[in-house]
Design a protein around this ligand. Structure first.
Ligand SMILES: Nc1ncnc2c1ncn2[C@@H]1O[C@H](COP(=O)(O)OP(=O)(O)O)[C@@H](O)[C@H]1O
Ligand SMILES: [Mg+2]
Length: 231
């Protein structure tokens, strides 16, 4: 469970991107953070990921203030996949998956490589193991980036605009794939793609101008938006 309390973030140029927002993210669901471009979604994600430090408010992970957590504990609880996936271009898919666990000494190298192979099998993409990022499609790269994040077994993963490089059909397949994974890991998905949010998430929020204008079951959130836009 992640709780956000009275969180505000203002950029150096005075832009108030988050204005005292409060919400909570249950870990066992796929949760969508929606809103139009510029509404503050990525800023919120970067605060949750501890890449930005809010001027006001707090974020609690299972009751503990994330500012108090040591880096390794924090990163093994909350995984992040950025909009630009940041796969290492000079490493194969299998090497991309193995790198962080090896660096963090999560076990003998042989075991980690075996686990990475298992992860690719489990996620239905074993054939990609020996490919380099430039040799795979956008949809495959998105899955590989998530597989890499899952190697550290986080309780929750944050995804920023995961469908931005995918066509409608690939987005739908990706949605089904994510829903299969949610029994092991919770996902918080930042997206302006409302159709994707609707088929993927159980609950969500809709942001506008740095505040949360609606939260709850995803259908209610989207119905509120449709109603609002029609007025
Ligand atoms: N590095 C930055 N410096 C100044 N303003 C920024 C920066 N990044 C984002 N913003 C501004 O903060 C607001 C929220 O941006 P962002 O969180 O990226 O929104 P979203 O992800 O919903 O598109 C916008 O007004 C945006 O222009
Ligand atoms: Mg964004």
């Amino acid at each position: 469970m992640i709780e956000v309390k009275n969180l505000s973030y203002t950029y150096n140029d005075g832009n108030e991107a988050l204005k005292s927002i409060s919400t909570s993210f249950p870990e066992e669901h796929i949760f969508a953070v929606t809103g139009m471009s510029g509404s503050g979604k990525t800023t919120l994600l970067n605060c949750l990921a501890r890449f930005l430090h809010p001027q006001q408010g707090e974020i609690l992970l299972n009751g503990e203030d994330i500012r108090q957590m040591d880096e390794v504990t924090f990163r093994s609880n909350i995984g992040v996949v950025f909009q630009r996936l940041n796969l290492f271009p000079h490493l194969t898919v299998l090497e991309n998956l193995s790198l962080a666990p090896i660096k963090l000494a999560k076990g003998p190298k042989k075991t980690i490589i075996h686990d990475a192979q298992d992860m690719l099998e489990r996620l239905g993409i074993p054939e990609l193991a020996t490919h380099y990022p430039a040799q795979i499609s956008g949809g495959q790269a998105q899955r590989v980036a998530i597989a890499r994040g899952l190697m550290l077994k986080p309780g929750v993963m944050l995804l920023d605009e995961p469908t931005s490089a995918l066509d409608a059909r690939t987005s739908q397949e990706f949605s089904e794939w994510l829903r299969e994974l949610q029994s092991d890991t919770g996902f918080i998905i930042v997206t302006h793609d409302l159709a994707f949010a609707e088929i993927t998430a159980a609950k969500g929020i809709f942001m506008s101008g740095g505040v949360i204008v609606k939260s709850g079951p995803i259908r209610d959130v989207l119905a509120h938006i449709d109603g609002g836009l029609a007025q």
